[in-house]
Each structure stands twice: as structure tokens, then as C-alpha cells.
Design a protein around this ligand. Structure first.
Ligand code: N01
Length: 898
């Protein structure tokens, strides 16, 4: 049956009545609303779309200012649900203009006969949930109400313009335009003095074209933004060839990518590249004119690390200065207040060059803020500018504005969405809100939306929602609602993701900072569209995890819980390991496992540069032991940390925790000496422990020769290495030295029993398994020896030991014995700090630059070591984030960063 007939036969709409009855009501006939209508109709749901404008297009209907174009290549910024549609439409340019995009939506609406179910010029004035009927009641400005089972907001993220918050706007006697509400009729600017306020994407796109028309243009800039040349023209041949070569695979890759455009993941890190290589990469990206390319393809750390980002930002700043002739103007146009990409960069055509025109003036509002708008123009602290036209390119109340500010939404128990979101939006998956049954948002706060190619995200959201409605109908459910547990879990996951990128370090519309009084927090999901898609799929395959489903003739279903408890990067690592389907490590045998580890480590990002790396040997009890020394760049002598690598007393060597040692050396400004102690099964207990002690003693005695500060040393270690560090402290106390001023124990092995709960809770699935630990213990130590404090330091005397930081990871079989050791140290009067790294697994902390969310934990370790050495604290910008062991809301993060 054709779509139209399906819809007609199922429609319950009461023609001429006061209430239209439908299965689903959708607000907005833009990118999302049109696809929703198409899919819902196909699935047999009666649907109405309510649209305030008098035609389709959504954002693209309203944003028709001069120069408005998309800034994702149009071959990527299109519907992909119907291959025939894809071949029926040809884009004329790499970045289509707003009129062409609007024509595309008209074409889509006609092709699928969508307009007949869209009520144009209709604004919803209120939406209220009727619990008894399990339906939403919508009142509208034009009388007829709508009763729907499901209510879907397809209102867009950037559709509620924000007021300019400047005194006197109403007093201005000239013409006033908002880029987000540009008139449909021709706006005549020739011969006029024009002011543009705002230099975001809208300002940056329109300024060059306004300058060409106006007699004089004055641009009022509060914050400079990064802009990159679009180099518009025909779609690039290589991208078109890629798409046409295998359209299905190209689209599928986009769906699983991070940003919704199929570019590979960069692996080279900034510090592996020379200055010339980095410059060459930037020049290549500059010439491409592709926002997603420049945001993702230069080096792997550009978007996640402050230093890696600064290298790129500096190169872009140079480009601005090369283009703008007047140095003062160039300086004013150069952003310094945010990392590149943390605020939405813009694609421009002739933006910077426009400031070389004699008829264009830039006013730097950081130096002379706007005081007011007067009848004749704009008054700053220093000057008055008389103008005929003011264009406000001042942006939007983004993400929440179009949902909250449009109309009151009243959910279960009379709860108002505005009240529930007063301290920032709370959602589950960015698609639903606890307390608001049967309400869905497409690209809502908490979804990847604006941090991705919207086309890809919209299709995914719509498909997921419609598929759920179909499944509910089949199962007899009539209401769906997110649980509070799931929603709180999503907020935590959002906060974790926010620590992964640099968005938290900028005041932007992503964080709500552009609207005075708005709660601060990174609103879009920063974990990427591919990971997000897999999470949504997991929710569905996990029995609708985090949702309560009810219906008149079926038992309630509620599989409550949090969908992601792992840190986002840990989840990626563990998924990757699971995909490799590796046999258990212990099945390789000791040498095989060592070979595997060496191969695994060879594939990790290169460690960061330090002042000097020196390999040497030191005398052990039975011959020389190798060591690797990491020296900071600062002038010495430096305090010394003796470090013991992990590997269950069986695997690894003095180089195997290289990235961690480098990172800690850089963060602490201390020498790290990583000791190559001997391994089991060739050298069983107590060799590793005795080697550790002997090495520490020798290093302390030769501190000055190594360039270190004579006096107490510190010890540190991870896993079995932390066991050796803990044992070394006990031996040093009992054997008359060396003096140790502090111990850093990361996921330590402290005891030989396997009956603590973390051994069973995390027995499998987190790389270090319970059976691998059995194997390590068997190779290292006979059961009779295991209770010796040199194997199980928890069983030793703990009084009089050096102060300690014990770090444990939530998903680690060793978690509980680490906690037990910290508690026992505290009970013995040893000053101890214990941190639990939420969402991390045993290897998280040594996977520096892979598991980036450990950064705040590594900062705290460095702080502890500095404290142990009697040095002052040293924190840097970008180090802020969630402290292990506590949860910060996304709002807290942005506030801290801001
Ligand atoms: O809005 P914005 P936009 N006094 O918020 C300034 C998408 N988009 O409409 O940064 C003085 O970015 C404000 O200054 P500051 C795209 O995602 C895409 O330009 O707050 N100035 C800023 O400079 C984009 O990011 C395309 O200090 C005031 C500007 O106004 C998003 O929409 C095209 C002020 C607002 O910039 C929003 O872009 C256009 C005041 N009182 C938009 N209030 C494409 O290419 C605000 N400002 C697809």
C-alpha cells in the first residue's frame, strides 16, 4: 500500500473538530521533522507535523541572511535513507547556499508527499501530559488542539535567537535585522552605513557580503573566533569519487565515525611530528577548506590535549596575521581565549581579507564595550557610531532554547520541563527526559547533534525513536519513560566525555555561556556519533535498559540501570580488545605473553618528550639490573622516584611503562628511574621484591651521580610493581634505609587471597582477569610463601611507613585489596590518600594518551609526589576535570573551566 493510503486509512484526525487525534505529533518541519514524518508514516503511525513557518526547512527557512551556507560538505549534509533520493538530487556546490538547501527540503517534501500532513503557520502554545489517557495534549495558536500518544520535538538546536542584551535596542530609529530571522524580501544595504554585532558563524559568513554592499560596515566584535577558508566551488573530486565508489560503505563509515563524516582516526601525535611536518599538515588542511578535516585530521591530540591544540592554534593565528594587513586589527581578530575547536570554528569566504577594505572598521568590544544603542547608532565606552542599519548576528539560546522557551511542557505529576531543567538540561541519551513519558527530542541536549554532521545524527535519532515505537506497538506498550537512574548515569557519562575533549575550556553556546544566567555545562554529547550509536543500540538490545514501559494489557517492563559505567575511552579500549577475540593471555605461556605485550606496546602512541632518557645498569643482589632514567627538562638536581613496572612479576621490563614514566616525569619535574627487576617463573619469590629493595637502596645512595637530589627518594609502581614498591617501603623501614619520603601505589597487589568481592565482580571482561591473576601468583610464589609480607604486604607491619597515595580502579579485580591496604595504612597511623578511579580498569593509568580520562588522576598523583618531596603544587590549565572518586556534573566542569 502506498504511504499516502496507509496514512489516510489509519488517520483518526477529526476534520473540522477541535482536537486532532494522532499517534504522533512532531514539532518542526526541518531536517529532522521531514524524515520523522516519512518514517512514521511508512511505519503506519498517524502523524501530524506542526510548523511555525509557512514552509518546510526549519533552521534553513529562517537563516536566510547574506552568505548563509552549510559548513559541512553538502555530499555529507544530505539524507541517506533512500539511495534513489541520493541519485535524484545533485548539489551544485561543495557548500550549498541557503536557497539551494531550502530547495532540497522542498524537493524532499514533494517527493514523499509530506506537506499534506504538515500544519504550517502553527505554533504550539503548551504541551501537557494526560496521565490517565497516556497522551499529550497540545494547544496551538490557531485554535485546533492536538492529542497524540507520542510527542517528538524536532525543533533544532539553533532555532531560538537570543536577545542581544544591549540597552536601547528599541530606541534605534534605523533598520534592525537578526541573522536568525532575516526577512524574505530583498534587504537593500547599498549606500547605507551598516553595523554588524557578533562574529560567530552567522556574522563571519555575512560580513564579507554586507561589506560589498554597504557604504560603510562597522563590525562590533566581542570575542574573536577562528575562521578557515571554505574554498567553495565544485565538490572535491576525491570525496565524490569515494562516495560514488561505494556509496553504502561511505555512508556506513560516516555513521560509525566520531563526527559523522568518514575521515580516518588520526594516529600520529603532535610531539612525533617536526615543526615542518606540522606546518605542512596545516597548509594541506587550509587548502582543503574542510571544517571536519581540520578539526580531526592534523594530529591525534589536537582536540584532547591543551598542548597539542596550542600547536595548531598558533599556526592558524599566523594565517590570520598573514592575511590582515593592519597589525592592530589582526591582533584584535586573533583568538586567544579558547582552544581551537572548543568553540565552533567557522568556514568563511574572504572574512579576514574584508578587514583590509577601507570601508570596513572593526571595533574591539573587549577594549571599548557597547554602552547602549541610541536613536542614531551604537555608543561604546569611547565612541559613538552613527549607522542606518544594525544587523544582530548575536546567536541563539542553543539546544535548550528551542525546547524550553518555545512553550511550557508539563509532564507527569504536573512537572514543568523548565523547572526540571532549571540547573541545566537533564536527559537520557539526549532523546528523553525522566518524568516526561512519551516525549522524545531529536538532537536534544545530551546527544551528539551539533558536534557532528547533523544529517547523520538526525537520521540515527529518528531511526532509533521510530524503531522503538514500532517495537512498543508490537509488544503492546503504550508508554515509555526514562528512569531517574538511567538519566543520572547519562549525566555522569556526559561529564566523563566532557573531560575527554577541550569543549569545557571555552565559554560558548555549547556550554550555555552565551546566554546570561543560563546554567553552565557542555550540552552536546562529546563522545562521538559512532560510540553514541553503539550505546543507543545497546540500550535497545539490553531490554530497553533505563526505560519503564507500560501498557494496558501487558506487564510493566523496567530494566533499570546505567548504560555506560566505564569511562568513554576505557569503553573504546575494552570494545577494541573484545573485538580482537584474544585467547586468555596465560594461554600464551610466559614468553608468549611477554612477546604479545611487547607487540601491544609497540602499537601505542609514542611517549612524550622529556629532558633526557638514559639507559643503564645498577648492581643487584645477583648481578646487574637494567634501568631506564627519565630526566625532566628543568635544571637539576631533581627529586628521585624509583619506579616499578607492572606485569604480574612475570611480564614487562624497565621500558614497558614508558609513557607513564614520561608523563609523570613531566608533571612532577622529578627523575623517574624505572627498574628492570627479575621475573618469574625464571626467578620466583622473593627475587622481584629483593631486586626492588636493592635497586632502591643503590639509587638512593647514588642519587647525586644520577643528577638527583641526595636525601630521601620516593617509590612508585603499578600493579605487581606497586606490590614491589609497597614491600620496598617495609624492607627499607626494617633494614635501616634507604629513607623513603612517600609511596605511590597504583592498583597494587597487596594480598594473596582471592575472596574479596572485586575479584568476582570484575573476574572477566576488564583485561586483567581473575584467572590471569591466579596464573601470575602461581608463577611467582608457592602457596606457602604467599603470606610472607614480601609477597602480601597487607600482612606485614604497617606502622612507621612513608606517607602514601593508593589509587584503585573501579573495574579491577585488585580494587578491594588496594582499598584494604590504604585502610590498613591509615589504621596504622600512616598518612594516606586513597583515590578510586570511577569507570577505570586495571590498565587505565598506564595507557597515557589512550585513556585520556586518567589525566585528572595523573595530576593528583603528581601533586602527591610533589607533596612527598616537599615541593609546592603545580597545576596547569586543562588539568581540571573530574577527580577520581567523585562525580562532577557537566555544569561544574564548565564552571570550573570558565
Ligand atoms: O551565533 P554565535 P551564530 N554584545 O553564538 C556575539 C551554526 N551556524 O549565529 O562570543 C556583543 O556563534 C558573540 O560574542 P561572544 C554554527 O554551529 C552554522 O553566529 O559571546 N556581541 C558572538 O560573536 C554556529 O556556531 C552556520 O563574546 C555579542 C556572536 O554574537 C551557530 O550556528 C552558519 C552579544 C554570536 O555568535 C551559532 O552561530 C551560521 C552582545 N550582547 C550558524 N551577544 C553554517 O555555516 C552575542 N554576541 C552551517
Amino acid at each position: 500500500m502506498p504511504d499516502a493510503m496507509v496514512a489516510a486509512s489509519l488517520s483518526e484526525a477529526t476534520s473540522g473538530g477541535t482536537t486532532q487525534q494522532v499517534d504522533v505529533a512532531v514539532v518542526g518541519a526541518g531536517f529532522a521533522g521531514l524524515y520523522l514524518l516519512h518514517r512514521l508514516r511508512k511505519a503506519g503511525f498517524t502523524t501530524v507535523v506542526l510548523e511555525e513557518a509557512d514552509d518546510v526547512g526549519g533552521t534553513w527557512y529562517w537563516n536566510r541572511y547574506p552568505g548563509a551556507r552549510c559548513d559541512i560538505q553538502t555530499i555529507d549534509y544530505s539524507y541517506t535513507f533512500d539511495p534513489e533520493l541520493e541519485s535524484a538530487w545533485k548539489w551544485s556546490e561543495k557548500y550549498a547556499t541557503q536557497p539551494e538547501i531550502l530547495r532540497y527540503f522542498g524537493f524532499v517534501a514533494d517527493r514523499y508527499d509530506l506537506r499534506r500532513d504538515i500544519r504550517f503557520r502553527t505554533r504550539i502554545t503548551a504541551a501537557t501530559w494526560d496521565q490517565a489517557a497516556e497522551r499529550w495534549l497540545l494547544t496551538t495558536n490557531e485554535g485546533a488542539t492536538v492529542s497524540c500518544r507520542y510527542y517528538v520535538m524536532a525543533t533544532g538546536c539553533l532555532s531560538a535567537p537570543k536577545p542581544p542584551e544591549i540597552d536601547g535596542v528599541k530606541d534605534f530609529k534605523g533598520e534592525v535585522y537578526f541573522t536568525g530571522r532575516w526577512p524574505h524580501e530583498e534587504v537593500e544595504l547599498a549606500g547605507k552605513r551598516v553595523a554588524v554585532i557578533g562574529t560567530g558563524s552567522s556574522g563571519i559568513q555575512s560580513i564579507p557580503l554586507i561589506a560589498e554592499q554597504a557604504e560603510h560596515l562597522t563590525v562590533f566584535q566581542r570575542t574573536p573566533n577562528f575562521a578557515l577558508p571554505a574554498h567553495n566551488g565544485p565538490a572535491p573530486a576525491d570525496r565524490v569519487a569515494l562516495l560514488q565508489g561505494d556509496r553504502a560503505s561511505y555512508r556506513e563509515q560516516a555513521r560509525w565515525s566520531l563526527a559523522g563524516v568518514p575521515w580516518p582516526q588520526q594516529t600520529a601525535v603532535s610531539w612525533q611530528l617536526s615543526d615542518a611536518e606540522r606546518r605542512e599538515r596545516l597548509d594541506e588542511a587550509w587548502a582543503k577548506g574542510d571544517l571536519v578535516y581540520i578539526l580531526t585530521q592534523l594530529w591525534a591530540d589536537q582536540a584532547v590535549d591543551v598542548d597539542g591544540n596550542a600547536l595548531l592554534a598558533d599556526l592558524i593565528r599566523e594565517k590570520i596575521h598573514e592575511t590582515v594587513k593592519d597589525p592592530e586589527t589582526a591582533a584584535a581578530l586573533t583568538p586567544h581565549d579558547h582552544p581551537f575547536g572548543a568553540k565552533r570554528p567557522c568556514l568563511d569566504t574572504n572574512y579576514y581579507a574584508t578587514y583590509n577594505r577601507p570601508d570596513v572598521t572593526l571595533v574591539n568590544l573587549r577594549q571599548e564595550p557597547i554602552k547602549s544603542i541610541t536613536a542614531s547608532g551604537i555608543k561604546t565606552d569611547e565612541r559613538t557610531f552613527d549607522v542606518d542599519v544594525i544587523v544582530f548576528a548575536t546567536g541563539f539560546d542553543a539546544m535548550t532554547g528551542a525546547i524550553m522557551a518555545v512553550h511550557p511542557i508539563t509532564g507527569r505529576g504536573g512537572k514543568s520541563l523548565s523547572d526540571v531543567w532549571a540547573n541545566g538540561p537533564q536527559t537520557y541519551l539526549g532523546l528523553t527526559v525522566a518524568g516526561f513519558p512519551n516525549l522524545f527530542m531529536i538532537t536534544g541536549p545530551g546527544s551528539p547533534s551539533v558536534l557532528s554532521n547533523m544529517a547523520v545524527s538526525i537520521e540515527q535519532h529518528v531511526d532509533w525513536v521510530v524503531d522503538r515505537l514500532i517495537a512498543m506497538r508490537e509488544a503492546g506498550f503504550t508508554a515509555i519513560e526514562a528512569t531517574e537512574t538511567a538519566q543520572a548515569g547519562w549525566a555522569r557519562h556526559m561529564a566523563d566525555c566532557a573531560t575527554l575533549t577541550l569543549h569545557r575550556l571555552a565559554n560558548t553556546w555549547y556550554t550555555g555561556a552565551n546566554v546570561p544566567g543560563k546554567a553552565l555545562g557542555v550540552m552536546p554529547y562529546t563522545g562521538g556519533v559512532g560510540p553514541y550509536r553503539s550505546i543507543c543500540n545497546e540500550v535497545a538490545s539490553g531490554g530497553m535498559l533505563g526505560f519503564r514501559l507500560t501498557g494496558p494489557n501487558v506487564a510493566e517492563q523496567c530494566n533499570d540501570g546505567e548504560i555506560v559505567r566505564l569511562q568513554p575511552d576505557v569503553r573504546l579500549v575494552l570494545n577494541m580488545l573484545a573485538d580482537m577475540k584474544l585467547p586468555p593471555l596465560e594461554s600464551f605461556g610466559a614468553q608468549g605473553a611477554r612477546d604479545f605485550l611487547a607487540e601491544f606496546n609497540a602499537a601505542r602512541p609514542a611517549g612524550r618528550p622529556v629532558g633526557e632518557v638514559v639507559d643503564g645498569t645498577l648492581p643487584g643482589t645477583d648481578g646487574p639490573l637494567p634501568y631506564r632514567l627519565y630526566r625532566p627538562t628543568t635544571p637539576g638536581p631533581h627529586p628521585i622516584v624509583v619506579y616499578f613496572h607492572g606485569g604480574g612479576w612475570v611480564l614487562g621490563d624497565q621500558e614497558s611503562d614508558d609513557p607513564f614514566c614520561r608523563d609523570m616525569c613531566r608533571r612532577t619535574g622529578m627523575i623517574f628511574v624505572s627498574v628492570g627487576y627479575r621475573h618469574a617463573p625464571e626467578h620466583r619469590f622473593p627475587t622481584a621484591a629483593e631486586d626492588g629493595y636493592a635497586a632502591t637502596r643503590w639509587i638512593a645512595e647514588h642519587a647525586a651521580d644520577l643528577g638527583g637530589k641526595p636525601g630521601p627518594v620516593m617509590v612508585a609502581g603499578w600493579s605487581a610493581g606497586a606490590n614491589i614498591a609497597a614491600v620496598t617501603c617495609q624492607l627499607a623501614r626494617d633494614r635501616g634505609g634507604p629513607q623513603i619520603s612517600g609511596q605511590l601505589l597504583v592498583c597494587p597487589v597487596t594480598d594473596c587471597t582471592f575472596d574479596r568481592p572485586s575479584y568476582s565482580d570484575n573476574a572477566t571482561g576488564y583485561f586483567l582477569t581473575r584467572s590471569l591473576m591466579y596464573w601470575f601468583w602461581d608463577l611467582y610464589c608457592s602457596p606457602a610463601d604467599r603470606t610472607d609480607p614480601r609477597a602480601s604486604p597487607l600482612r606485614g607491619k604497617l606502622e612507621g611507613l612513608p606517607q602514601a597515595l593508593v589509587l584503585t580502579c573501579e573495574f579491577d579485580p585488585l580494587h578491594d585489596e588496594g582499598v584494604a591496604y590504604a585502610e590498613a595504612l591509615a589504621a596504622a597511623g600512616v598518612p594516606v590518600e586513597q583515590l578510586n578511579a570511577r569507570g577505570h580498569f586495571h590498565s587505565s593509568f598506564t595507557m597515557v594518551d589512550v585513556v585520556i580520562t586518567t589525566v585528572s588522576g595523573r595530576v593528583q598523583m603528581a601533586e602527591a609526589l610533589r607533596r612527598f618531596a616537599g615541593l609546592p603544587s603545580e597545576r596547569r590549565q586543562g588539568d581540571e576535570g573530574v577527580r577520581p572518586g567523585r562525580t562532577a556534573s557537566p555544569h561544574e566542569i564548565a564552571a570550573a573551566a570558565g
